[in-house]
Design a protein around this ligand. Sequence first.
Ligand code: GLA
Length: 730
Amino acid sequence: MILFDKQLNVFHLSNDQISYLIQIEEGGNVAHLYFGKKIAHYSGGYRYPRLDRSFSPNPPDSSDRLFSLDTLMLEFPGNGFGDFREAAYAIRQSDGSRVSHFVFSDYQIQQGKPALAGLPQTHGADDGIETLILSLKDDVAGLELQLFYTIFEDAAVIVRSSKVINHGNQPVTIEQLASQALDFPNRPFDLIHLPGAWAKERQVTREPINRGIKRLDCKRGSSSHQQNPFAVLLEPNATEFTGECFGFSLLYSGNHETIIEKDPYHQTRVIMGINSHQFAWQLPPTESFQAPEAVIAYSETGLNQLSATYHDFYDEHLIRGKYKKQERPILINNWEATYFDFNEEKLDALVDEAKELGIELFVLDDGWFGQREDDQTSLGDWFENEGKLASGLAGFAQKVHDKGLQFGLWLEPEMVSGDSELNRQHPDWLLQVPNRKPALSRSQYVLDFSRQDVRDHLYQQLTQLFDTVAIDYIKWDMNRSLSDVYSLLLDPAQQGEVAHRYLLGLYEFLEKLTTAYPTILFEGCSGGGGRFDAGFLYYMPQIWTSDNTDAIARLKIQYGTSLVYPPSTMGAHVSAIPNHQTQRTTDLAIRGNAAMSGLLGYELDLTQLTAEEKAQIKEQITFYKKHRRLLQLGRFARLLSPYEGNDAAWLYVSPDKKEAIVFYFRVLAEASAPLVTLKLAGLDPDLTYQSGGESFGGDELMQLGLYIDPHLAGDYATQRFHFVAKAPHE
Ligand code: GLA
C-alpha cells in the first residue's frame, strides 16, 4: 500500500479507494502532491511549477528564484522560513528564535501502526495496515520532526500524527504542533463544520471558503458543545450524494483548532490539532512530544459516503472492548423523571414499570452520593448518600438485578464541589492560580487531573464503589469548562502544558479503569454532548448526544452528529411532554422515532403514563429490539435535511441490503402543502422489497422513491417504513 519511487522521490500511499502523494522536493523540502480518489497510473509528470513570485523568499540553498516555500504545497508547513501562510508548528528555541526549517532525512515503512503512548488511537490487525514514518531534521535547532501516515486496506482514510524529538542539548518550547496539515491546489471549496451550544450541539454550518483565514476553535479544556473537532471541505455543488468531500476529524477531547487558509494563489490549507492558544510545552533534551491523531477521509460521492467511511472506520478501528459492534441495552434514566428528588420507593416503581415495558438497564443519575440533594454540593464524595436509599446503594443495585434489569450509575469524577469533604481535605487539588479565587460554574470546580495524587485518590474511591456495588454501566459526566488552568505542582514555565496534561491524566485514568472493569458499559457525557469526539470514543463506546431531549431539536443535533459519528455511539432518549428544554409538546410516535435513530433510552416518569402510552412504548421497544442491530450498526444515510426544509429523513440498510428502516419527520403542518417524495439510498437495485403489503423494486425506491402520506396530521408528524427483500422464489 505504500511505495517509494526513488527516481521521482515520491511516496505513494494507496488502497482500492484513495491515493496520497508526497514528494521530496529540492533541498529536502517535503511537498504535498495529492490526496483523493485512487490514481492507478501515476507517472510522475505532475510537479509543482517553477515560477518567480515576487515577495516570496527562496530557501538559502536553493539554486534559483523560482522555488519558494511561500507558494509550494507542503506536508507540514513551518515557521519563519519563507512560508507566510499559517504554520503547522511553532517551536521556540533556547536562543529565542522561532525560525525552523525541517528537511527530509529518512523514512520507514512499517506493517501495522505504531502505538501512541497515552493517547486515543485507531487500531486494527497488522496485515491490513501500513504506516509511513517520515523523519525530518532541523540540524541547527537539533530537532527531529516525525510525520506518521497510516493507510488501512479497507477505508478511504489516512490517519496522521506528528512528533517532535529534541536531539539538541538545550530545552525548546513547543508552542504549536498540529496533528496534520493538508494543502489543496487552486479550486473552489465550501466548508462544513459543527458549531453549537449547550442543548444545541453540532449544528451543520456551510459556507464558501474565501481568501483569508478561518479558525474553528475551542479553548474550554474539553472538545465542547461550541465547536466539534471536525470539518469537511467539499466542492461547492457537492450534496449528500454527489461531489468530492474531504473530512478532518481529531482524536482529542481537549482544546483544539482547525485553521483553514485560502492563500493569494487560491490554494487552500487545512491545519488541525491541539489548540495553540496559550499552549507551551517544555521539551528537554532527549525527550519527545507526540501530537494526537487526525483522521482525514475522502469521498467521491458526497457527504453520505464520507459519513459512511467515518462510521465504518470508527465502529471497526476506534471503538474497543466488549461493546465494539455489539448491540447496546435499552435504558431508563431517572434524571428527567425525578431530578434530585428520589427515594427508593419512587425508583422501585420506575424499575417495575421499566421491566414491564421491556427496558433492560436502569440508570441512577445524579444525587446518590455524599450529601447531594441539589447541584451545590458533594462532587468528589463518591460514597453513597446514606439513608437516601432504604436498602443502601448495593442493596438497591442487587434489587434491580433481581428484577432482571442491569444497573447503571452516574458519576462526575473530574469535578469537586466547594462544599464537599474532598475539597475540605484537599483545597489544593483544584485547577487554580495562586492568590486568586478560581471561577465557579454550576457551583463546582475542576480537579487537577494532571496530578497523580488526585488520580490515585479518585481511582481508589471509584474501584471501591465498583467492587461493592453490582454496576453494569457508568455515565461519565463533566459539567463545566476548564478555567483557571494552572497546576500548583508544575513550575511557572510549565503552566502552558496544563490543559494537555489534564487530558493525558484523564486518558491514563480512563485506560486503567476501563481495562480493570472490561464488562462495564461506559457512556460519555458533558452536559449532554459537550465532549462528543473521536478521542473519547476510544475509551467509551457511546456518548449522551445532548441534554436536549426534544424530538424536533434532536433532528438537527443528530443530523449534525451523524456527519462523522456512527449511530452506535449516539445516546437518544424519549422524554416527557412538554419537553423540559424547549417546552414543546410532541407525540410519542415522533419522540420514539427520533430516539430509535440512535441508542434508544427513556428518560421520564414511567409511572405517570396512560395505558395507551405504555402500549405505544411497548411497541417501540419490541420493534427496536427486533431491529436493534440494523438501527445501531446498519449503513446509515441522510435523505432529507432538517436544515433545508420543514422535514427530515434518514435510513438504515443492512449489510446484505435485504432490509431497511426509514424514518421520516415533518416539523410543521401546512395547508395546500406540496407532496413529499422520498428517494431511498443504498438498496440493491435488483431486489424487490416489501413494505406494508406492497412490493417495490430496489431501483424504483431509489429513483422514483415513495410518497410520504399526504394525510399526515398536525405538527411534528412522523412515518416509519420497514422494507424487507423478497426471497427470489417469492
Ligand atoms: C448533566 C447531564 C444530565 C444529567 C445532569 C445531572 O447535565 O448531561 O444528563 O446527568 O448532568 O446533574
